[in-house]
Design a protein around this ligand. Structure first.
Ligand SMILES: [Zn+2]
Length: 87
């Protein structure tokens, strides 16, 4: 997924697309880091911290949905995303 996105950034010449794609990139990176921490807290049975991060992750997933939604909407309306290669 990440490499596909990165490819789009490289291929796109639209600054708005690049801005939106960078936001998605950042949120996904954040999610990955926080999920790793979440697992550590779970394994070390730090319940309170675990639950706090659980809430944070929930919000972050919502942010991710919105960021990806904006990116897709922009690409659709602006026709600035290269067609995806068949996997
Ligand atoms: Zn565009």
């Amino acid at each position: 997924m990440k490499s596909t996105l990165h490819l789009c950034i490289t291929m796109s010449s639209c600054p708005e697309y690049e801005r939106l794609a960078a936001a998605v990139d950042q949120i996904l990176k954040d999610l990955a880091e926080k999920t790793t921490l979440h697992l550590e807290l779970f394994r070390s049975k730090q319940h309170r911290k675990f639950m706090r991060l659980d809430k944070e992750l929930e919000l972050l997933v919502g942010e991710k949905e919105r960021a990806i939604g904006s990116l897709r909407q922009h690409a659709k309306e602006h026709q600035c995303q290269q067609p995806e290669k068949a996997a």
